[in-house]
Design a protein. Structure first.
Length: 73
């Protein structure tokens, strides 16, 4: 099973970005999305940003993940 997660680009430096997954930040490769900019939402899989997302779609998915996590407690 593969899982990709939406994240917001916080910082860009060459082909790397610092992204935020709703509170957790990681560095990911931007090699596949050179057109992305700070503030964009991207879909991240295996350390790579693989697709640009609409902000509303990203927020819906992040909220669903949050609800799942809270129900598992």
């Amino acid at each position: 099973m593969c899982l990709s997660v939406p994240a917001k680009i916080m910082k860009l430096e060459k082909d790397k970005a610092l992204v935020d997954f709703g509170g957790s930040q990681r560095e990911v490769s931007m090699m596949l999305l050179p057109e992305a900019k700070i503030g964009d939402y991207v879909l991240v899989h295996a350390g790579f940003a693989i697709q640009l997302l609409e902000e509303s779609d990203a927020k819906k998915t992040l909220e669903a993940f949050k609800e799942i996590y809270e129900n598992e407690k």
